[in-house]
Design a protein around this ligand. Structure first.
Ligand code: SF4
Ligand code: SF4
Length: 691
């Protein structure tokens, strides 16, 4: 330490020598922090297994991208930029903070390698970092207190918000920045007064301003401010460290791990139990989440890692139409439950005494999710929701709590392999119309083998009269490009995609096993489907399948190859494309359908505000068609309004479930005649220039 101002290590505080005090505070602070975190880990130890240790290099890469690179934050431009600045500031300041802590015990300590030019540059960077973090804290407080963004609001049904807590934490960080800057500024001011060579402080930074303000202050006062700033920094640092695990700021510690252990293949549903194979599933006594400890340790870690930023709920279609579901609060309530039942400073309240459904979550909340994936797409910390919701549903189903409206379709799926209870032999009826047969003959594997491609139709397109038109359009397209294809006919059963997402794992397994056997027997080398739910099931829920394509991929490919040519559209209408969740978000097929539309001469296309990975779910496919949730408004109606706002009067989609919801919504919204919907296969078939 430069002569003239006494180092904190050499000063005396309440009769305790600084060197001793600043050894005790870090030791006590670190020990307390370790104890608190240890207690917080106990529910994770008692939780279900979760296999998250594969592909460590890929996981590390994701840490660089999503944690260090803050990849998802700019999706909310302003808040994201503020967060990136704070995060970058923290990363930069981390070493400066540690050096400062060590100075309490070792005067004049300089981090190895940080004397000379490196230290000079690092000093400038951290002076600005402290300033920017401080300003960001001010901005964040102003936003919370004055502007109050809607996504931070806490609806009455979820209890009360805690804005004071948030402001308190922001204030603590601001104090930390001020104390750090004051320490550096005071020292520089004292050095300047003594005519000593002072540390260079970055111009217009907080430390530089402090120094400028203190230049004329007496040495005695400077000494007091200097030691006071150090003490404040030390206490605030360790107070913050130990306080964070009691609230949302715990994500500072846990988010890195949450991201490292995040699911690598988001579209693949979690198995019922990681350590139990399908064959032994019937021996599992209890399926799904019935007690808090039935969540996996990673799911509990997610509860700790949620930063309460509200982005997931802001994008959740269920939340936006007033269904009793807000993904953000699934996490907050989970965390509150963990904190209450596994307290840090008292005995555990018998962690598994109250089942989560009923005590923290309601049945309606859990059934309201369409598994659209918008929440997971948005979350900057890769918090997972679909697996948790499906696991909770598995618990409900296992406990016999099947919603009334779903009982019939589930029974029908069990007995007939489709949710409508229709005869198996009628599954291929859509191919039988005389008019259709004049232009296209569809082989059925029961009668004729040898086709290279299977058109997997699935239940809705097979049985729903309106959707059969999508089936016929798909078949005509495949026929036009001379694809040697066929269908399974009565040998096909429902893909089970929604059954699985509704938590009926055993029924899903029965449907899957039947289809896998039928597909293998058919000997096909390629599968095409016009249903994104079937696509997702065949690609991710089934194993050992030949390559699977959605019809939009086939059309785009063949258009590029010149095998498909389109005639110009005749009417002057404006088209918009609605991304089905299981084609877009779950499988990243965004461009092929758009390429098809853009290849049609004269077709005018506009994008809705919410498109591609921010597409707005139309209301849920599959069994959601049979479930009537409590809601203020239909998702489909909202979606149709979005299309109208974009200036479109034709909605093109690529999923029979979307088609059902959107066509219904057009009627409900009273927009018949002004808005129509068409499937991409129907549109391509209509516009195909055939010889
Ligand atoms: S889950 Fe993710 S997006 Fe949702 S509030 Fe928490 S951190 Fe934000
Ligand atoms: S998957 Fe979709 S509906 Fe379900 S919670 Fe997430 S955003 Fe909401």
């Amino acid at each position: 330490m430069v002569e003239g101002i006494q180092s904190p290590a050499l000063a005396t505080y309440w009769t305790i020598q600084g060197r001793v005090l600043f050894l005790i505070i870090p030791l006590l602070g670190t020990a307390l922090f370790a104890y608190i975190v240890g207690r917080r880990l106990i529910p994770l130890v008692r939780a279900q297994r979760d296999f998250r240790f594969d592909q460590p290099l890929i996981r590390l890469g994701r840490v660089f991208k999503f944690w260090l690179g803050q990849w998802k934050h700019p999706r909310y431009r302003f808040a994201g930029t503020v967060h990136i600045l704070i995060f970058a500031g923290f990363i930069l300041l981390a070493m400066r903070a540690f050096s400062l802590l060590i100075i309490g015990a070792i005067p004049n300590f300089v981090m190895p390698g940080f004397s000379g030019r490196t230290g000079y540059i690092y000093g400038i960077l951290t002076d600005y970092a402290a300033t920017i973090v401080f300003l960001c804290m001010v901005v964040a407080v102003v936003r919370r207190v004055i502007f109050k963004p809607a996504r931070y609001a806490v609806p009455a049904r979820y209890g009360k918000g805690h804005p004071a807590d948030a402001v308190f934490l922001l204030a603590l960080i601001a104090i930390l920045m001020v104390a750090d800057s004051l320490f550096a500024g005071t020292k520089a001011a004292a050095d300047a007064q003594q005519g000593q060579p002072a540390d260079f402080l970055a111009v217009l930074s907080l430390p530089w301003m402090m120094k400028s303000m203190l230049l004329s202050v007496s040495r005695v006062k400077l000494q007091g401010i200097f030691l006071g700033a150090y003490l404040t920094h030390e206490f605030t640092f360790f107070f913050l460290l130990c306080y964070r695990p009691f609230g949302i700021q715990f994500h500072v510690e846990t988010s890195l791990f949450s991201i490292f252990f995040a699911k690598l293949d988001r579209e693949v549903l979690k198995p019922v139990r990681w350590d139990v194979s399908d064959e032994h599933l019937d021996q599992v006594k209890s399926v799904g989440v019935k007690t808090f400890e039935d969540f996996t340790w990673k799911h509990m870690l997610d509860f700790y890692s949620c930063a309460d930023c509200g982005r997931c709920s802001d994008n959740c279609p269920a939340n936006s139409v007033g269904r009793p579901l807000s993904p953000r609060f699934l996490s907050i309530k989970g965390r509150n439950y963990a904190f209450q039942h596994y307290p840090v400073f008292s005995g555990f309240k018998n962690g598994n005494s109250k089942p989560p459904i009923g005590s923290i979550y309601s049945d309606d909340e859990i059934w309201s999710c369409t598994t659209c994936g918008a929440c997971e797409e948005e979350c900057p910390l890769l918090v997972e929701y679909i697996d948790k919701i499906v696991d909770l549903r598995r618990g409900l189903i296992d406990g016999g709590k099947v919603p009334q409206s779903l009982q019939k379709p589930l029974k029908a799926l069990e007995s007939r392999g489709n949710p409508y209870g229709k005869m198996e032999k009628k599954r291929g009826e859509w191919t039988k119309g005389a008019e259709f047969q004049q232009v296209c003959r569809v082989k059925t594997f029961e009668k004729s083998n040898g086709a290279a491609t299977l058109y997997f139709v699935d239940s809705i397109t097979s049985y729903d009269e309106r959707m059969q038109s999508i089936g016929r359009a798909t078949a005509r397209i495949l026929d036009s490009i001379q694809e040697n294809f066929g269908i399974l006919g009565s040998a096909e059963k429902d893909s089970g995609h929604e059954v699985r997402r509704f938590g009926e794992e055993m029924l899903f397994m029965a449907l899957r096993d039947h289809n896998v056997e039928a597909i293998r027997t058919s000997g096909v080398r390629h599968i095409v489907t016009s249903d994104p739910h079937a696509y997702n099931a065949l690609k991710h829920d089934y194993t050992g399948m030949p390559p699977v394509e959605h019809i939009s991929q086939v059309i785009a490919r063949e258009t590029k190859a010149g095998k498909i040519k389109f005639a110009p559209v005749k009417e002057d209408r404006v088209y918009t494309y609605h991304d089905p969740c299981y084609l877009g978000r779950h499988n990243q097929i965004y461009d092929d359908p758009r390429d098809v539309l853009d290849a049609i001469p004269g077709l005018r296309r506009v994008e809705m505000k919410r498109c591609r990975d921010r597409s707005f779910c139309c209301g849920g496919g599959g069994l959601m068609l049979f479930y009537e949730p409590k809601e203020d408004e239909r998702m489909g109606v909202k979606r149709v309004q979005m299309a109208a706002e974009a200036g479109a009067n034709v909605i093109v989609t690529a999923c029979p479930f979307c088609m059902t919801n959107i066509e219904d919504a057009i009627k409900v919204a009273g927009m018949e005649g002004r808005m129509t919907a068409i499937d991409i296969a129907e549109l391509a078939d209509r516009q195909m220039a055939r010889p």
